[in-house]
Design a protein around this ligand. Structure first.
Ligand code: NAD
Length: 262
């Protein structure tokens, strides 16, 4: 028996990193799963089939691009056709770009705002009515420590994540009387491809070696000097779905080794 038996969880950007770990954790709790994201077709299919086999649930895949509202609508429709409803919507897909504002490419700004912020508006606007009618729903956002504090050279990311903090609070109020909670998880640095990929840009922007970036920028921000793990983030997400968490609403859940306490 899992806490999500008979429920459906859709996780955007779940072919990798935090999203994949959360999708697997929801499946372990009995939820049918909608996986979304990019990547190698065969690897995604192996992951999808593996989730079904390991956890005894159904899992479907949508390759919808979360920067495209029409593709988001198709994904929601596909999920409804397969499972009838969506009980847990976890808005997680996101990318990063690191550059000083004077060099920040316009297309990167547009991409990050569309993916890391606006996609959550489009997914949520399409499931909120159904969650309210069902009298139960969990809106979970993978925000970031950067929803609460800033770092230089991450203008678009920090702006988008602060936007997610605001959106989470609004949705918490709109869902409060309907059994629908909205919470943002705010991880510090988690070792995933997203972090790995920003190392070369940070090396360039700060004139540092790879080891210097890891020690002096990344782990410097985290008082524990340890990366957060994807499993730790997923465990927090599962907790937010539990009955014990029904009064946790509109919160920013820091999981950052003490970063924003400084
Ligand atoms: P990741 O690169 O491992 O995963 C990103 C996922 O998003 C992948 O599945 C990718 O295919 C998907 N994706 C990218 N563009 C997409 C698009 N246009 N449409 C649909 N899917 C798309 O990265 P991650 O570190 O697991 O990041 C997941 C979330 O966690 C992001 O929102 C990120 O900002 C946030 N986050 C990460 C960290 C960290 O240190 N890794 C810290 C705080 C917050």
């Amino acid at each position: 028996m899992g806490i999500l038996d008979g429920k459906t969880a859709l996780v955007t950007g779940s072919t990798s990193g935090i999203g994949l770990a959360c999708a697997r954790a929801y499946a372990k709790e009995g939820a049918n799963i909608v996986i979304n994201g990019f990547g190698d077709k065969d690897a995604i299919e192996a992951e999808r089939a593996g989730i079904e086999k390991e956890f005894g649930v159904k899992a479907i895949y949508s390759g919808a691009d979360m920067t495209k509202p029409d593709q988001i609508a198709d994904m929601i429709e596909q999920a409804r056709k397969a499972f009838g409803k969506i009980d847990v919507l976890h808005n997680n897909a996101g990318v990063q770009h690191v550059d000083p504002i004077e060099d920040f490419p316009i297309d990167k700004w547009d991409l990050i705002i569309a993916l890391n912020l606006t996609s959550s508006f489009h997914t949520t606007r399409l499931v909120m009515k159904q969650m309210k009618e069902a009298g139960w729903g969990r809106l979970i956002f993978t925000a970031s420590a950067h929803a609460l504090v800033a770092s230089p050279y991450k203008a678009a990311y920090v702006a988008a994540k602060h936007g997610i903090a605001g959106l989470t609070k609004v949705l918490a109020l709109e869902g409060a009387e309907h059994g629908v909670t909205a919470n943002a998880i705010c991880p510090g640095y988690v070792w995933t491809p997203l972090v790995e990929k920003q190392i070369p840009d940070t090396m360039k922007a700060r004139h540092m070696t790879k080891d210097e970036v890891i020690e002096e920028v990344i782990l410097e921000a985290q008082p524990t000097k340890k990366f957060v793990t994807v499993e730790q983030v997923a465990a927090l997400a599962v907790y937010l779905c539990s009955d014990a968490a029904e009064n946790i609403n509109g919160s920013m859940q820091q999981i950052d080794g003490g970063w924003v306490a400084q």
